[in-house]
Design a protein around this ligand. Structure first.
Ligand code: PLP
Length: 325
């Protein structure tokens, strides 16, 4: 299937839903059985089928299957927000005494989670220059269990050489976890680039309409998925039925929306480059950006999110600019 066909069909099983194209929205807590024998016959695996609302429903499983298919992973877990996905994956995969290498340009609340919660859990974090590439080898300690990448970085848009970092991490027995929100499941294929666990703040491009909080963790193999799903289930983490529905609905138009995002973003970024007030534009898809070569090698597109730096000016000028957007 071609990419845009896949976006439309992934995760859908009309034959299991009386022919309905999209899965019904299952609002579920308790699941009942006609007899104890029927309950026993349903088996004891809470993560397949529907045993209790918190563990998953056909609706959440449809979203997970679709995102997993597009990311190219083994199986996904949905969460109540992107940050819950980040915190959940790191909590599941790290234990007291471990060391994690984190991109210095990661999303701010991720850094706070590492500095406060992971630290409290006995996990030490070291921040690395996102342009480090294979040089990350120098930062490994015997306790380094995981490398956390985000490419490009939040706000400052540094590209990371994910394949080079993954090669070093794997040679040392460490996992690579990536925040792939900017790349989306369409523009960056994490598992082809050496990532073991990919995270989407589905709140952003997947939901696409600023009306729901949602996260998805996609794992590259069964053991990782099982470890993450078990840990999140123990902590009571799940996504709400209506949010999952909005994620599924948004996903179907991701391809066409991203084309417009990309075109508008590049148009605006190119215009800003010509403005006398602007010092620099931070957009990896623009030729001349320090990360352009990596972006061109590893990504098939860019969403509309970028940054720019203005010349020193009174804050009232910045306020006036923002107020008139
Ligand atoms: C790159 C990135 N990762 C994660 C998140 C967190 O997602 P959420 O707001 O759904 O918790 C955000 C939110 O802005 C983000 O931009």
């Amino acid at each position: 299937m071609k990419r845009d066909t896949r976006i439309v069909h992934s995760g859908l099983h009309p034959e299991k839903q009386l022919g309905a194209v999209n899965p019904p929205v299952y609002h579920v807590s308790t699941v009942t059985y006609p007899t104890i024998a029927a309950m026993r016959a349903a088996g004891h695996d809470p993560f397949n089928g529907m045993r209790y609302g918190r563990y998953g429903t056909p609706t959440s499983q449809a979203l997970e299957e679709a995102v997993c298919d597009l990311e190219g992973g083994y199986r996904s877990v949905s969460t109540a927000s992107g940050l819950a996905a980040i915190a959940g994956a790191l909590t599941a995969l790290l234990k007291s005494g471990d060391h994690v290498l984190v991109a210095d340009s990661c999303y701010g609340p991720t850094r706070r989670f590492c500095d406060e919660q992971l630290k409290r859990n006995g996990v030490a974090s070291t921040y690395y220059d996102p342009s480090i590439g294979a040089g990350i080898a120098d930062l490994f300690t015997p306790e380094t269990r995981l490398v956390y990448v985000e490419s490009p970085g939040s706000l400052t848009f540094e590209m990371q050489d994910v394949p080079a970092i993954a090669a070093v991490a794997h040679a040392r027995g460490a996992l690579v976890v990536m925040d792939n929100t900017w790349g989306t499941p369409l523009f960056f294929k994490p598992f082809e680039k050496g990532v073991d666990v990919s995270i989407q703040a589905a709140t952003k491009f997947i939901v696409g309409h600023s009306d729901a909080m949602l996260g998805v963790i996609t794992c590259g193999n069964h053991d990782l998925w099982h470890a993450v799903k078990t840990s999140l289930a123990m902590a009571g983490v799940c996504a709400g039925a209506d949010e999952v529905y909005l994620g599924l609905r948004g996903l179907r138009t991701l391809g066409v929306r991203l084309q417009q995002h990309q075109a508008s973003g590049i148009k605006l970024a190119s215009w800003l480059q010509t403005r006398p007030e602007v010092v620099r534009v931070l957009h990896p898809a623009l030729p001349g950006d320090p990360g352009h070569a990596i972006w061109k090698r590893d990504f098939t597109g860019a969403p509309g999110l970028f940054a720019f730096e203005v010349k020193p000016c009174p804050s009232s000028s910045v306020d006036a600019f923002l107020d008139s957007l």
